[in-house]
Design a protein around this ligand. Structure first.
Ligand code: ADP
Ligand code: MG
Length: 603
């Protein structure tokens, strides 16, 4: 028979460590949190072997007395709360008193610490939960903790670690989030001897974002708030709607200085973008929410990064509204003090998004893993790397694009207009673009149910095969009210005596062929999309769509700079600038981040 036993403290700590310490990144998190709680001005994080071999965190915080240094390793030892009531007013990141106990149960921890104003420091070594050294030592004020050989005594845990590369990325990710959130503190993060983050204390958020995320990424973000909704105050930075990622990794949210994970908050940010955000896409955001401690509960998970709000709907609304204002305008500041959507003289204050081309030197931004060059070309000419996954590129432009400043670079293959948008490359299909411009112009001009007829002085005789003629005859009723006058002209021919007044002879002929299903897949349009203009589309709309296409600039047609500028100007004024009448894209944006990846400037 097995007997029930109370486990010894080493075993208890080893088991409990699983909750707090699941990976090197969680060690980084706990140690940096302790350094922040110690009131540090500057924190250095060093990672080796993905953090599995070694993690060192140094700070210039308050340090510990020799007695506290020993006590710090005991489970449930904390200087931050004394009773459960304190939790409702907690201002520190830690409070459970289990991080050091847990970490030291599953690794080797060496701590040197000197309390501010004390002449001497303390050095303690704890290995697999057992203290082996505790000596006085000379060291700077503050605390340095080195964690090595993580999980070497818990093989089961170690097996669950990803490779050093992945663990390293997670460590840097968490450090980056702290750096983004705690701008008052200076950070230095080094991994495998390489400096990854270096930022001074006391930066403003925008400069901090530039130091952490890269100048270019930071430049592309809009100021969010501060917005005071009574229950919460929100401020931060958030990307423009087309600067997105396929997951929420680019979103850093902090609640009262604590980096948190929370799905509802992420969704609230997304809904602030309204329909501007494509399905399945997430913006890049750094958002702080300040809320009184008694309105939140962080004690719902040992890692303290999940959070509950006593009035979640209000917090979510506030966040959504702050994001919406950042993107679409509206006054910042307290909601109550100003009327929400009014400018000074009752004029609408909603301002469309505006993009300013960046002029600063580029820095490596965080890269989306979407566009990957083919690996290792074998023959230098045959295997020039091809970009995959173009369909997954970010949307070329926001829907409301009239204020974008695109600089035209030139024409490619006399078919595509190349433009610079910030530092991204935008490729525009000149035919599709002109088709869209014509479509919207025609629609606006011919809003009535019928088109006026223009009698042709010289009729057009079209030679067609019998099935095409039959198809057109079946449509002739509807076509007559739209300005087409036709009659049979012997076997295999059709005579057109009138066309809608806005249509030229060649266009008219093309449109009729298209309607008869006999149109050639003409220049620029490619094979017709089966979903394009199904029977259900009213005849009038079909005629306008086809006219827009038939009359548009073709591929392989030389354009002057003026013509390209005119076309792009017209296109950006369109209601739906991103798609031609056939629903194909008019333009594609190749982000600098993709190019940099492609050229292996960044990996
Ligand atoms: P908690 O942070 O929940 O209090 P920890 O196990 O993380 O628990 O730390 C235990 C205690 O050790 C803390 O309450 C704090 O007093 C002390 N401590 C830990 N790290 C530091 C540090 N870097 N500087 C000063 N004190 C520290
Ligand atoms: Mg702690």
């Amino acid at each position: 028979m097995r007997r029930i036993r109370v486990l010894d403290s080493v075993t208890v700590n080893k088991i409990a460590a699983g909750e707090v310490v699941e990976s090197p990144a969680s060690v980084v998190k706990e140690l940096v949190e302790n350094s922040l709680d110690a009131g540090s001005q500057h924190i250095t994080v060093e990672i080796e072997g993905g953090g599995i071999e070694r993690i060192a965190v140094r700070d210039d915080g308050c340090g510990m007395s020799p007695e506290d240094a020993v006590a710090a390793f005991l489970r449930h030892s904390t200087s931050k709360i004394t009773a459960i009531e304190d939790l409702s007013s907690i201002s520190t990141l830690g409070f459970r008193g289990e991080a050091l106990a847990s970490i030291s149960a599953v690794s080797r921890v060496e701590m040197t610490t000197r309390e501010r104003g004390s002449p001497e420091g303390t050095r303690i070594v704890v290995q697999a939960g057992k203290m082996s050294t505790c000596d006085p030592v000379g060291c700077p004020e503050g605390t340095a903790i080195v964690v090595s050989d993580l999980f070497s005594n818990v093989p089961a845990r170690r097996k669950f670690l990803k490779g050093p590369q992945a663990e390293k990325a997670r460590c840097i990710d968490i450090a980056m989030r702290f750096a983004l959130v705690r701008t008052e503190v200076g950070f230095m993060v080094r991994s495998e001897g390489e400096t990854r983050i270096e930022c001074p204390s006391g930066e403003d958020l925008r400069s901090r974002a530039a130091s952490v995320l890269g100048v270019k990424t930071a430049k592309g973000m809009r100021d969010l708030g501060p917005l005071d909704c009574g229950i919460a105050r929100v401020h931060g930075l958030t990307s423009l709607p087309w600067d997105t990622r396929s997951n929420s990794a680019g979103i850093t949210i902090s609640v009262s200085g604590r980096v948190v994970r929370n799905r509802s908050l992420v969704e609230a940010i997304r809904s602030g973008y309204g329909r501007k955000l494509m399905k399945g896409r997430y913006p890049l955001s750094v958002i702080s929410i300040d809320i009184p401690a008694d309105r939140t509960d962080v004690n719902i998970h040992p890692t303290k990064d999940l959070i509950k709000f006593s009035d979640e709907p209000s917090v979510l609304r506030c966040l959504e509204r702050a994001v919406g204002r950042a993107l679409f305008g509206g006054p910042p500041g307290p909601v109550a003090e100003r009327a929400p959507r009014q400018g000074p003289k009752g004029t609408p204050a909603l301002e469309p998004a505006r993009v300013r081309p960046s002029t600063t030197p580029r820095q490596v931004p965080i890269i989306e893993g979407e566009v990957r060059p083919n690996e290792a070309p074998t023959d230098q000419w045959e295997d020039v790397p091809v970009i995959e996954g173009l369909a997954k590129l970010p949307p070329a432009l926001p829907e409301n694009a009239s204020n974008l400043r695109l600089r035209i670079i030139g024409q490619l293959d006399r078919s595509y207009i190349l433009c610079e948008l910030g530092s991204d490359l935008v490729l525009v299909d000149q035919h599709a673009a002109h088709e869209r411009v014509r479509l919207e112009a025609l629609r606006a001009k011919h809003a009535g149910p019928t088109f006026p007829v223009q009698e042709l002085i010289e009729p057009i005789v079209m030679d067609m095969d019998p099935s095409a003629i039959a198809a057109l005859s079946s449509l002739s009723e509807g076509l007559r009210s739209l300005g087409f006058a036709m009659e049979g002209f012997g076997k295999g021919s059709l005579m057109v005596t009138g066309l809608p007044s806005f249509m030229g002879r060649i266009e008219g002929q093309g449109v009729l062929l298209d309607l008869a299903g006999a149109g050639d897949p003409h220049e620029g349009c490619g094979p017709p999309d089966p979903a394009f203009l199904p029977e259900s589309v009213p005849m009038k709309d079909r005629v306008i769509n086809l006219t827009a296409c038939r009359g548009a600039i073709k591929a392989h047609q030389q354009l002057s700079l003026n013509e390209m500028e005119q076309l792009m100007g017209d296109l950006l004024k369109c209601e739906v600038p991103l798609h031609c009448a056939h629903g194909r894209p008019t333009m594609i944006r190749l982000p600098m981040s993709a190019l940099e990846r492609w050229f292996k400037r960044v990996l």
